[in-house]
Design a protein around this ligand. Structure first.
Ligand code: ATP
Ligand code: MG
Length: 728
């Protein structure tokens, strides 16, 4: 169709491009195409994570080893300690001129080999804090974020270390099995493991570690087809994130939606990962007692403020009891006790008042004591990093390998999606039967000319709408998966889009072919085999062009619902200028470009030429239409060829694909930058070093598992008693 390379591309596309706007589109498409398909191998490491500008930081964080563009061998975990001080996140509302604090002066630290839980009532800022620590807080002009974040003793951000973020929502390709999902992820993210045996062993190891062996061959599934359980999905998410061998694992509410047993299994997995040397930080709502006992450290937040940060288990209970609150009795889940202690009771005005007073006092007490609160374990950082074996392998971008892997995955997803394919097949056949019955065996009378045009128009609309709605219904979700994978630097956009286009050809072509095969004989359209073949070819190309338009819509808007609203509306514009309702010659001059970019118009024109040329109609008067060519003249389609219309469709398809490419490239998620708090403005950033929360600890040493006791605070101010059921 298109010869790639230099002038030839431009010339051949210009020929199919017509003039005016068409040529501009062709020029843009050609330029993008050349860029898309002839560029060098992809930048495997995402710009926002391992950009060259941060080389120094990376070296520092990785114990002065050169980590730019490199991946640690999977089973080595580089220890990372994160400290944060005075994190404040505010949300300003310009209309009411008010400022709301989502986080206020939050400090704390997370260490390798330890599981830190961020706990607090709903809306207390757990996810916000987790996002800030992971550098993943979505940017917004209303937000203001300040504070200090330090990684292994250096002011830094997430760019300095590898991290995994297990989100609340688990997104996967539903038709792949657990093993296939992991295996493909490993192939994409770890090209250095080239032998199949090694990779299988690596995947088996992951399946074993995450307790996924029993469901390894089950499909992941989705809302339509039941697959693995929620807990298994969550563990698969963790497994996929572990492939990049992250130092830090962030998990947002990993137990939400799971039953107590599954929740415990997921948390046990996270605990084991912490024991393997990862720094694990998770937000959690209200864990059961056995889950609570797995935490090494906790951060308690309420309304964005810190109530406690330090060792977990009995320490916070002792701390609050020393503050003068009732002690949590042995048969009460400590997590519930803490949740009740730091939640506002909205049952009555008095209870709101008293609980707010209690919380204010707790926040106040903790802020006074923040500098003396002790995390029992010292940092195991620099020393370890020196000993870290430099088993580092360069990641190599292999465009074709990525393309083939993605093609395999896209094909598995498209071909195995039985329920969707069945519905699409049934709908294609049913609409063909309905149209075939309405336009049953059209003769050659004068009135059949209008019928033919009407039938061809509805065939075109039906094909375009079916392809468009299917794509806009599925793509926004797939886009979210692709964005996550691309954020990890798994692959480039070019191979992804090309593989998607190619993998969907056989499945996508099957439905227009079914439609044509049923409709054509029923309506008795131009009865030759070659015309039938061309009919099917035109509707198939149109279907792909409509799908490509659906991809653009899906890449443009954030949700499936929005895509469902925008897609058909946009198609309606193309439909109005589709050649049937408004004659191309009568189109107002400012809208003349629309028919040129309307896939409906080109498909309709192609089908009309295919149908009418060579046909003779019964006629009685001299002004009657006698030949098909005359009918085409009336539609202003005279003098053009089917080939031209198919080329125009292909050009439109290409245009939508290139636009999708650009949109996906441009619409990368943007994250809020952490600014220096005002009190640190005088200090040059290089000299900024956070004091450890434990002031008198000697520098690096072995991890000490025996917790140090908190100092007893001074007696608390007199407050209303806090009553918890079960508490003495
Ligand atoms: N970008 C934002 N714009 C407006 N409000 C926000 C934004 N991000 C967070 N918030 C608000 O900040 C508060 C804290 O949100 P966050 O999601 O961190 O709570 P959470 O503790 O994780 O709650 P949950 O347990 O329900 O998940 C909420 O009241 C939320 O509405
Ligand atoms: Mg949350």
């Amino acid at each position: 169709m298109v010869v790639f390379g230099g002038k030839k591309v431009g010339q051949s596309l210009a020929r199919i491009g017509g003039n005016g706007v068409g040529q501009v589109l062709v020029a843009v498409a050609a330029a993008l195409l050349v860029r898309l398909f002839s560029g060098p191998g992809p930048a495997l490491l995402p710009e926002n994570e391992y950009s060259s500008g941060d080389d120094d930081e990376q070296k520092d964080a990785a114990g002065d080893s050169d980590t730019t563009g490199e991946a640690l061998v999977p089973d080595k975990v580089f220890p990372v300690t994160i400290r944060w001080r005075n994190i404040t996140c505010s949300l300003s509302d310009k209309s009411s001129k008010s400022v709301r604090f989502l986080l206020k002066n939050v400090s704390g630290e997370a260490k390798p080999g330890r599981l830190l839980a961020i706990m607090g009532p709903s809306g207390s800022g757990k996810t916000t804090l987790l996002n800030v620590l992971a550098g993943q807080l979505s940017a917004s002009p209303k937000l203001h974020l300040s504070g200090l974040l330090e990684v292994n003793g250096k002011p830094s951000s997430n760019k300095a270390y590898k991290f995994a973020y297990v989100r609340q929502e688990d997104l996967f390709f539903s038709q792949l099995t657990v093993r296939e999902t992991l295996s493909l992820a490993a192939e994409l993210q770890l090209p250095e493991i080239s032998s199949v045996e090694e990779r299988d062993e690596y995947v088996n190891n992951l399946l074993f570690r995450l307790g996924l062996v029993s469901c390894a061959e089950s499909n992941v599934g989705d809302a339509k087809v039941r697959g693995i359980s929620g807990g298994e999905k969550k563990r698969l998410s963790v497994a996929c994130e572990l492939i990049a061998s992250p130092s830090v694992i962030f998990a947002d509410e990993p137990t939400t939606g799971l039953d107590a047993f599954q929740a415990e299994k997921v948390m046990e997995t996270l605990r084991q990962l912490a024991q393997d040397g990862h720094t694990v930080i998770c937000s959690i709502h209200q864990p059961r007692g056995s889950v609570y006992s797995k935490f090494d450290d906790i951060v308690l937040l309420t309304e964005g403020e810190l109530v406690y940060a330090g060792l977990a288990r009995d320490e916070p209970l002792e701390y609050f009891s020393n503050l003068g609150w009732y002690r949590c009795s042995d048969h009460v889940n400590p997590a519930e006790f803490l949740a009740d202690l730091i939640s506002i009771d909205y049952s009555s005005a008095e209870s709101v008042n008293s609980s707010r007073k209690r919380i204010d006092s707790l926040v106040e007490s903790f802020s006074q004591r923040l500098s003396t609160i002790i995390y029992a374990t010292p940092i195991s950082g620099r020393k370890d990093s020196k000993n870290l074996k430099k088993t580092i392998v360069k990641k190599k971008g292999d465009w074709w390998k990525q393309f083939l892997l993605l093609l395999k995955r896209a094909w598995m997803q498209a071909s195995r999606d039985g329920p969707t394919n069945k519905v699409r097949a049934r709908m294609s056949i049913a609409s063909a039967i309905i149209f075939g019955s309405v336009f049953w065996r059209m003769g050659r009378s004068q009135t059949s000319i209008q019928d033919r045009m009407g039938l061809l128009q509805v065939a075109v609309i039906n094909t375009a709408m079916a392809a468009l709605t299917k794509t806009v219904g599925v793509f926004p979700k797939e886009r979210a998966i692709v964005e996550r994978e691309r954020a990890k630097g798994s692959y480039a956009l070019g191979p992804y889009l090309l593989s998607k286009l190619i993998a969907e050809v056989p499945v996508g072509a099957a439905f227009p072919l079914m439609f044509g095969a049923v409709l054509y004989p029923m309506a008795c359209l131009h009865p030759t085999l070659s015309r039938f073949g061309k009919f099917c070819g035109i509707v198939t190309v149109e279907s792909f062009a409509a799908s490509a338009m659906g991809l653009t819509v899906g890449a443009l808007v954030p949700t499936t619902e929005a895509a469902m609203a925008v897609g058909p509306s946009l198609m309606t514009v193309f439909l109005v200028f589709g050649g049937y309702y408004v004659n191309a010659d009568n189109t107002p001059i400012i809208f003349r470009w629309i028919p040129r970019v309307s896939l409906i118009r080109w498909a309709f024109q192609g089908l009309c030429i295919n149908e009418f040329s060579g046909l003779e109609f019964e006629h009685q008067h001299s002004f009657d239409i006698q030949t098909g060519e005359q009918a085409l003249e009336r539609l202003s389609f005279g003098g053009s060829r089917i080939r031209d219309t198919v080329m125009a469709q292909s050009r439109i398809l290409l245009f939508w694909y290139c636009t999708t490419y650009l949109l996906l490239k441009k619409n990368k998620p943007k994250y809020q930058q952490l600014e220096l708090p005002p009190q640190y403005h005088q200090i040059p950033p290089k000299l900024l070093q956070l004091e450890p929360l434990e002031p008198n600890l000697p520098p690096p040493m072995e991890q000490d598992k025996s917790p140090q006791k908190l100092e007893s605070p001074p007696p608390p101010p007199p407050l209303d008693p806090f009553n918890l059921e079960g508490a003495k």
